[in-house]
Design a protein around this ligand. Structure first.
Ligand code: HGY
Ligand code: MN
Ligand code: MN
Length: 410
């Protein structure tokens, strides 16, 4: 166990080093195809090379490290997670899974297996820059279309232009697809919630990932003078949005397992002495059961219409994501469970409330996920952390998992 503990220390140090790559000084904020992502590619790419991997960057900016099998014709196991972050993120969401993948290859110490290993650092998972998540993993399964390439960021830059500006060729996006030799995909990720900690467990095996909806709501009223317009003659878009946000919270409280969030709000023209005329509000809705989530979204939209009509506002929306719940592959998850048990850890199955690249990759190949305990249940915040002993547990389990997959090739 000494080696994984030393390596766990190194894994955490590497995650902290990558957290320095940011577009907002003093925090870790790293959008898709941003300048700090180049530095992440350089640092991770160097570690991959030291581990004996061949390094490339595909046409959507995914960093890919290949570790060759004994035979060139062998199938390929992907180990991956994402390298982009939410604003003011922690050092581990996404990055940990990629750094752990590289560490597992290092621990093989040059030993070649009956399958190739490809460690993928996906370029985009959070949806920060273009409002839609999973651009990196979508490229791996051939899921990038013209509509996505034409989407614009806050500065009006299209996805296709951002790809060119990063020095990549959008015409080669098709080459990013995983081939027919794909054996499966495994993702290591912090839990981002309090369950494992409450149970006193190092690790959790993911059974299914909850579906999610993401929308942008636009409330329109009448901007006007804050001093001269009496209260009963106002059409305040922000007051309407605020009433709706409160109703969203009530609806989520009233529906078991439903979570609904407005995390971004933008009021125009945005002055203390002007009644807000236009408000953009994000909406994120999740539930483990799509049959609960989808009707809930429709109820929230009807509630927005009722509130807007009563206040003399208009409301419209753009649907950015309707991602169905996804079950992990039973057989690969069974292999992962054996690895957890044979490493001496209790097997705990759980669902994921957070979205993950695994839910996209699962459309193309068997996918499995291992969670590491999140101290304090905190994530999507700079105080997010992980324990060295849990990283060591993930490394031991990861090595066992590779052994189990190897044994399955006999
Ligand atoms: O938002 C999510 O669920 C994930 O962290 N991308
Ligand atoms: Mn995240
Ligand atoms: Mn993540």
């Amino acid at each position: 166990m000494e080696r994984p503990l030393a390596t766990a220390h190194g894994v955490i140090a590497r995650c902290k080093s990558l957290a320095e790559c940011t577009s907002e000084s003093g925090f870790t904020t790293r959008p898709f195809l941003s300048e700090p992502m180049r530095e992440v590619h350089l640092r991770l790419g160097a570690w991959m090379q030291q581990a004996g991997m061949s390094v490339s960057i595909d046409a959507v900016g995914n960093l890919r490290g290949g570790y060759a099998a004994q035979q060139p014709s062998a199938p390929r196991l992907f180990i991956g997670s994402h390298l982009d972050t939410v604003p003011r993120a922690g050092a581990y969401d996404g990055v940990l899974g990629v750094v752990l993948g590289v560490a597992l290859v290092e621990l093989l110490d040059g030993r070649r297996l009956k399958f190739h290993i490809e460690v993928v650092g996906f370029s985009e998972e959070e949806g920060l820059r273009f409002g839609v998540p999973f651009i990196g993993s979508r490229a791996l399964i051939g899921g990038i279309d013209g509509e996505l390439l034409g989407r614009r960021d806050a500065n009006g830059v299209r996805v296709v232009d951002a790809i060119r500006a990063f020095g990549l060729d959008p015409l080669r996006i098709g080459d990013a697809q995983a081939g027919g030799d794909s054996l499966g995909y495994v993702e290591f990720h912090i839990e981002q919630g309090p369950i494992l900690e409450s149970l006193g467990l190092h690790l959790g095996v993911v059974e299914a990932i909850a579906g999610q909806s993401r929308l942008e709501m636009i409330f329109k009223g009448q901007a006007n003078h804050a001093g001269t317009t009496p209260m009963h003659l106002r059409h305040d878009a922000l007051a309407g949005a605020a009433e709706w946000i409160t109703s969203v919270e009530k609806e989520a409280h009233a529906t078991a397992g439903l979570v609904a969030t407005t995390g971004r709000l933008h009021a125009e023209p945005g002055a203390s002495n002007v009644i807000p005329g236009i408000v953009h509000a994000s909406l994120d809705v999740r539930h483990a059961d799509d049959a609960v989530r989808r009707p809930a979204v429709e109820r929230l939209l009807r509630s927005a219409q009722e509130i807007a009509a009563r206040r003399g506002l208009s409301v419209s929306w753009e649907r950015h994501l309707d991602q169905a719940e996804v079950a992990m592959d039973t057989s690969l998850t069974g292999t992962l469970e054996r690895a957890v048990a044979n490493s001496g850890y209790p097997v705990h199955r759980m669902n994921s409330g957070a979205g993950h690249d695994a839910m996209i990759v699962a459309k193309r190949m068997p996918a499995a996920m291992l969670f590491l305990r999140s101290p304090g249940g905190i994530s999507h915040h700079f105080s997010e952390t992980v324990l060295e002993e849990d990283v060591a547990a993930a490394l031991v389990t990861g090595l066992r998992f590779l052994e189990e997959v190897e044994a399955g090739r006999d």
